[in-house]
Ligand binder design. Structure first.
Ligand SMILES: [Fe+2]
Ligand SMILES: [Fe+2]
Length: 260
């Protein structure tokens, strides 16, 4: 894969505001923005607006220019899918914490769960899972490999959408019993789901496709991502889940370290 990914992104402007955290802040996250960026022209993001650790778009390694030397912006098909699972995992952490607070009867902003469910719909169900259903599962189905697994994964995608609808509805109706049941069901299904994809399905892809085809898949995924989100949907999703974590008080990961 030779097309730099980050240069498309990270700073599509919406209403004069950088997409991502700053769009999300004033009235709560407008996660409907994710997936509706096709009409917005991608623009270069100023270096000072980038998240810590991200390389500004105009600082590309020179090795990218004329040869096949890998650079940090090359994202393979599997890495692409796996890091999207990272976003999914961060949403599962929000779900986990919401359910914990329900169990101990601690009040919290139910809207955060509604917004997290919106991210699941737009980034996971309508994007990530569509990639799997159109570009990953069919290769295994045609090769008659891991057939039972892909059948189950497809069924879980379908059921996940139903559970997400219930979670979103519970956030609107403020039905904590329904919300808790939905969160528990979703977390219970998706942890094994993504773990099986990461450790079994995706690694096996290398046995089905040539290195050339694998590279082409990475390129194709990037084009789809750019078309879907008008930029780097992954970076946008990371910004958005980060903002939700901050609003929910679970962003500082040191709170998860045992004291002894
Ligand atoms: Fe999946
Ligand atoms: Fe997946």
């Amino acid at each position: 894969m030779k097309t730099p990914r980050r240069k498309f992104l990270t700073s599509t402007l919406v209403g004069g505001t950088a997409l991502g955290a700053s769009v999300l802040l004033p009235n709560g996250l407008d996660l409907t923005l994710l997936g509706q960026q096709e009409k917005a022209a991608p623009a270069a993001k100023p270096a000072e607006q980038k998240s810590a650790g991200q390389k500004p778009a105009d600082q590309k390694p020179t090795a990218q220019k004329n040869d096949d030397t890998p650079n940090e912006d090359d994202v393979s098909a599997n890495e692409d899918l796996m890091r999207e699972h990272g976003v999914l995992n961060r949403i599962l952490l929000i779900y986990d914490e919401a359910n914990r607070r329900i169990q101990i009867k601690e009040k919290f902003d139910l809207e955060i769960v509604g917004k997290a469910a919106g991210m699941i719909t737009r980034f996971i169900e309508d994007y990530h899972e569509k990639l799997e259903e159109k570009h990953i599962f069919p290769r295994f189905e045609q090769a008659r490999t891991l057939t039972d697994l892909t059948i189950n994964l497809r069924a879980q995608h379908a059921m996940g959408r139903r559970v997400t609808e219930r979670i979103a509805a519970s956030a609107k109706s403020k039905d904590l019993v329904q919300m808790s049941a939905g969160l528990i069901a979703f977390i219970r299904m998706y942890r094994p789901h993504e773990a099986r994809e990461d450790t079994v399905l995706f690694p096996a892809l290398h046995k089905l496709v040539s290195p050339h085809e694998y590279d082409a898949m990475g390129e194709e995924f990037e084009k789809i991502e750019r078309k879907t989100f008008g930029g780097d949907g992954f970076d946008m999703a990371v910004d958005q889940v980060t903002e939700l974590e901050k609003q929910f008080g679970i962003y500082d990961i040191s709170q998860f370290t045992p004291e002894s």
